[in-house]
Design a protein around this ligand. Structure first.
Ligand code: KIV
Ligand code: ZN
Length: 512
């Protein structure tokens, strides 16, 4: 059935970045952008260039290296933002400006304090201004899901005349029901003059758990672009998850008249990359990318799948990039085997220096852990691609001791800006003691908001992956660390979060 093209617009690095602590550095955005391009995403929304210098630089860098996907920047509906956005995306061979303005009564009255006529005029002027920089301009009437339909039609008619080429209909607060959202798209396509000259797009939030269902209802009713994020990351409860949209449309080609051009085997690697960078672990029962998404636990199911896979499986795990945990490398593997496996995993190693450092750490890990899986390599490379300037706080060595009936103790040696420091502390457990030792040296004043541990592969020999969320002066960051020793992984995660706080503050001093 699916002959028409469904455009996948990924906003992990813009809407996704708005999740608490998911701020990404320029290097992290480059890594995600490369993976999205490898996955054949049509449009990558790389950020909101006017929001901060850091985001401007990140969008500009992404626009400089990505050639296959369109690079989009978000912009409020004013000339200053749009000009800044145009500058940021300028190096991209294919570039889009996405400008937005709210059209619901509550947003216009309470937030914008604008009359509907002013909103209409501002939207038109912004789209016209954006067209001066690129002929690919997207307009979003923010909170469309709660906007008056007649007013919405008037605004959309006017922005088409002004040159908008994509009209995105956000359910900003995740309020609509699938039936309603589908009929909204249908009504707009029927009522707005020249509707057939533009692409209609969905942008659904997940506050009621309906983001994917609403987006798909939009597609059923003629939308040909879906805005989504890896792992459903995004503001509050998140956005429609890319993996769910892509696999729903692909699996149900009997009902959808369109399909995406996504290479689905890149979905799981993309999910892991984004989870590792943002510190937002994927819940085990998450569709498509959760650890249990293809696990059959009950005897009846296992029996059925053994007899015929299709009794309980509607997709094949390997089609979305899962593979059985394979021992890929071991203690005796050489540098070439290491490099080759990284290439197969799509990990881009920026320099020989990084490769050498990573190989040394791989050897260290292989001494402690006999079987090295792809997941271990990915975690190892996440650590390795931290640039030296982002590693002000570094773990040199540590020991932690706990004994029944005794207060746990930790001794930690750090290098802080190249200077070595050592401290000891006790705490309620070895992790608490280690964090106290670190704080006694760095006195960061940051508040610990979240601490979580996951095992990267299975078994007690697995590396633990720790996420730590810190808050300081209104800024929230997540830090991630991996090690076979979870206390060491915890300290690495804590230091990673401190380094991120520093780099966010350095990149965006005006926000402080
Ligand atoms: O949710 C929303 O309304 C948005 C717009 C900026 C498209 O993210
Ligand atoms: Zn949004």
């Amino acid at each position: 059935m699916g002959t028409e093209h469904l455009i996948i617009f990924d906003t992990t690095m813009r809407d996704g970045e708005q999740s608490p602590g998911a701020t990404m550095t320029r290097e992290e955005k480059l890594r995600i952008a490369r993976q999205l391009e490898r996955m054949r995403v049509d449009v990558i929304e790389a950020g909101f260039p006017a929001a901060s210098n850091g985001d401007f630089e990140a969008v500009h860098s992404v626009a400089s290296i990505i050639h296959e996907s369109t690079i989009c920047g978000l912009s409020r509906a004013n000339e200053k933002d749009i000009r800044r956005c145009a500058e940021a995306i300028a190096p991209a061979p294919r570039k889009r400006i996405h400008t937005f303005l709210a059209t619901s009564r509550i947003h216009m009255e309470k937030k914008l304090r604008m009359e509907p006529s002013q909103v209409l005029e501002t939207a038109v002027n912004s789209v016209r201004f954006a067209r001066g920089f690129t002929d690919d301009v997207e307009f979003s009437p923010e909170d469309a899901g709660r906007s008056d339909i007649d007013f919405l039609c008037r605004v959309l008619e006017a922005v088409i005349k002004a040159g908008a080429t994509t009209l995105n209909i956000p359910d900003t607060v995740g309020y609509t029901m699938p039936e309603q959202y589908g009929s909204l798209i249908r009504t707009l396509r029927e009522r707005v003059p020249n509707a057939d000259k533009v692409i209609w797009s969905t942008h659904c939030h997940n506050d009621l758990g309906l983001a994917a269902a609403n987006s798909l209802a939009g597609v059923m009713n003629g939308a040909r672009q879906v805005e989504c994020t890896i792992n459903g990351l995004g503001e509050r409860a998140g956005n429609a998850a890319l993996e769910e949209i892509v696999m729903a449309v692909r699996t149900r080609q009997d009902v959808f008249p369109c399909d995406t051009r996504i290479d689905a085997t890149q979905i799981v690697p993309a999910s892991r990359l984004v989870a590792g960078i943002t510190g937002f672990a994927v819940q085990p029962n998450k569709a498509v990318v959760g650890a249990n998404a293809f696990a059959h636990e009950s005897g009846i199911h296992q029996d059925g799948v053994l007899k015929n896979r299709e009794t309980y499986e509607i997709m094949r795990a390997q089609d979305v990039g899962w593979h059985a945990n394979r021992i890929v490398l071991g203690k005796l593997s050489g540098r070439n085997a290491f490099r080759t496996r990284l290439q197969e995993l799509g990990v881009v190693v920026e320099s020989e220096e990084i490769l050498n450092a990573a190989f040394a750490r791989f050897k260290e890990l292989a001494d402690r852990k006999h079987e090295i899986f792809d997941e271990d390599l990915q975690a190892l490379m996440s650590d390795e691609t931290v640039t030296p300037q982002d590693e002000h706080f570094k773990l040199a060595s540590m020991s932690a001791h706990s004994e029944t009936g005794e207060a746990p103790q930790a001794r930690v040696t750090l290098t802080v800006g190249g200077v070595q420091m050592r401290a000891e502390a006790s705490g309620s457990g070895p992790v608490d003691a280690s964090f106290k030792a670190v704080e006694s040296m760095v006195a960061s004043g940051a508040e610990l908001q979240l601490y979580s541990v996951n095992s990267i592969t299975s078994g007690t020999e697995s590396q633990g992956e720790v996420t730590v969320r810190l808050q300081r002066a209104g800024r929230i960051v997540n830090g991630v660390g991996a090690d076979t020793d979870i206390v060491v992984a915890s300290v690495k995660a804590y230091l990673n979060a401190l380094n991120r706080l520093q780099s966010v503050e350095r990149m965006n001093p005006q926000e402080g």
